[in-house]
Design a protein around this ligand. Structure first.
Ligand code: ADP
Ligand code: MG
Length: 573
């Protein structure tokens, strides 16, 4: 009638925003443009943190590591076709690394895309996302936004976490519904990552094997770090007395200085161990596929003496490379709790000969490393520079450490001790370059702690423009560029004399000037003392800082520790 109140309505934009908020999502990483520009504004207006990047790939890497750090899906928001493709790289990265992430991309009109009639940024994004994501969904109707978000969240965080694609066509955002009915369609996901309890027989099989071991070893992977049951894992390690080896992103789950840490004896314990307990680590290339020289095998692993117990949430992980004698399928917290019960009921520590042998090897290597670190060559090399970083992290154990490069990665991983869980974030399962500045933004946003990035000069180049983003949001990020004038080293020459060699950059480049353009602090450091002073100041001031650490251009080896992965011709030199 004439006196009826106008109906209150809600549109697709706001249904999406409310669905995200309802599920505790507070940060969005993305880049505005058609059709999501207004969405980015509204997200901000509604109180979410909308962090806007210069390139979608970096926003996506930020979202992926936000997922690792927080156990909640990191959200990356992009425009259609090209923006979507830029974000897709990081979606694949999230899936590969088992990080929960949701890539939300706007897309063009279905009717036009499906008839290939040439729309603005036309692309069948859903089809393209599928092979690299754990799940992919499209929402066509406003009333399905709640279900779409719920499904995306569950897919991202339950079981083995991964990357999820959510396709939102432009038309969806403007659709309206009656407000009460609209809100009633939203879902607050109950128990998004349910516990998965291992079977009693599987637990017994694992325990029997572990009890019989003469030379047991525990391998902690980034799945163990992700699981956020730090105290329980530490208790299991300590109460069993078994030496452990952390994978790169599991460093600090127990302090690297822990007496049971076997990192400095890695090449001794891997071939020597008779029973290996893998906790959230895959036997992929990073562990030489569980066989070959690294594991002491002079033939197939099946001829060898080593046995494996593998704790993993994915039932398909076991036997991916070698036989797993005792798969323990479940979430790490539940599996560790089951093992702990048996340990509490009575446990014999591993034979002293084994733990003594590990300690002797380790202490010898640590002493050797200490000698190298004490040297102060000119120009500075990776060791003398990283000796400083090592002290800074020791004094600031809450700081996040981002690390990428080849030599800059390998040396940092082995020299810089970590003291707390999930503080070290790096190139991950693919060993990629380009995560650096995106990781810095997410680490600062998700933890509020100071962030230190140790970057190869090559690695930095992949995301360097996000220095502006770091300055714009005034984040407490200290970037240290290990500048040796090139990829691997800076000494290659073009044999024909025409161009710079493909691995070499502008010599003596002043990366510190880049951050000054955006109001940050730039420092040119040629000695460990200058580096130390600049890093201490950056941590204290919390100002965006970029230190150009000049490293001997002859320092560094081809591909760092993975020279052997180059096809033969490249190895000859
Ligand atoms: P790293 O590179 O450190 O060895 P990976 O990424 O190879 O680690 O392995 C991590 C493993 O952890 C994956 O196989 C994944 O399925 C598993 N995982 C992740 N989260 C959990 C969890 N909460 N419980 C059990 N397993 C998990
Ligand atoms: Mg370099």
């Amino acid at each position: 009638g004439v006196n009826a109140q106008p109906q209150e309505t809600i549109d697709g934009f706001h249904l999406l925003i409310e669905a995200l908020k309802l599920n505790g999502i507070d940060t969005i990483y993305g880049l505005p443009g058609i059709p999501i520009t207004d969405l980015t504004r509204m997200l901000q207006a509604e109180g979410l943190r909308m962090l806007s990047f210069r390139h979608e790939q970096n926003a996506g890497y930020a979202a992926s590591i936000h997922g690792f750090i927080t156990q909640t899906p990191g959200i990356c928001l992009t425009v259609s076709a090209p923006g979507f493709l830029n974000g897709l790289n990081s979606l694949a990265h999230a899936t590969t690394n088992c990080f929960p992430m949701i890539l939300i991309s706007g897309s063009s009109e279905r009717e036009i895309v499906d008839l290939q009639q040439g729309d603005y940024e036309e692309m069948d994004q859903l089809a393209i996302a599928k092979p690299v994501s754990k799940a992919a969904y499209r929402v066509l109707h406003a009333e399905d936004i709640g279900v779409g978000i719920a499904r995306a969240i569950r897919a991202a965080v339950s079981g083995r976490p991964g990357g999820v694609y959510l396709d939102l066509p432009a038309k969806l955002f403007a659709q309206t519904m009656e407000a009460t009915a609209g809100r009633a369609t939203l879902i607050k996901v109950v128990d998004p990552a349910p516990a998965q309890i291992p079977g009693a027989d599987a637990v017994k099989r694992a325990l029997d094997l572990l009890k019989g071991a003469k030379k047991p070893l525990i391998l902690l992977g980034k799945g163990a770090a992700y699981a956020q049951c730090d105290a329980e894992i530490r208790k299991l390690v300590e109460s069993t007395g078994i030496p452990y080896l952390p994978m790169s992103m599991a460093k600090g789950l127990l302090p690297d200085t822990h007496e049971q840490c076997a990192s400095a004896a890695r090449s001794f314990v891997l071939p020597e161990a008779d029973v290996v307990l893998l906790i959230g680590a895959r036997l992929n290339w990073l562990l030489s596929h569980g066989k070959g020289k690294t594991w002491g095998g002079n033939g197939h692993k099946s001829w060898g003496k080593q046995k494996f117990i593998q704790i993993d949430i994915s039932p398909q992980e076991a036997d991916s490379n070698v036989k797993i004698d005792a798969p323990l399928v479940g979430d790490i917290a539940s599996c560790v709790a089951q093992l702990q019960k048996a340990v509490d009921a009575g446990w014999a520590k591993p034979p002293k000969e084994w733990t003594d042998a590990v300690a002797a090897k380790k202490n010898g290597n640590i002493a050797k490393m200490a000698e190298t670190l004490a040297k102060n060559p000119s120009p500075m090399n990776f060791h003398s520079a990283l000796n400083v970083v090592r002290d800074i992290i020791k004094a600031n154990p809450d700081a996040m450490l981002v690390n990428e490069g080849a030599n800059a990665l390998d040396f940092t991983r082995s020299i810089v001790d970590m003291y707390k869980p999930r503080k070290r974030i790096d190139v991950g399962t693919w060993g990629i370059m380009g995560v650096g500045m995106g990781y810095c933004v997410a680490a600062a946003a998700a933890t509020k702690h100071p962030v230190i990035a140790i970057e190869g000069d090559s690695a930095f180049g992949f995301s360097g423009m996000e220095v502006e983003t770091i300055c714009r949001y005034n984040m407490p990020v200290c970037i240290v560029i290990m500048n040796n004038n090139g990829v691997y080293k800076g000494t290659d020459v073009d044999p024909t004399g025409r161009d710079p060699a493909p691995t070499v950059f502008v010599k003596g480049a002043r990366y510190d000037k880049i951050i000054e353009a955006f109001g940050g602090v730039g420092v040119h450091a040629t000695t460990p003392d200058e580096l130390r002073k600049a890093m201490e100041e950056a941590i204290k001031s919390r100002k965006p800082t970029l230190i150009n650490a000049v490293i001997d251009e002859t320092a560094g080896t081809e591909s760092g520790r993975i020279t052997s992965l180059n096809p033969n011709a490249a190895k000859k030199k």
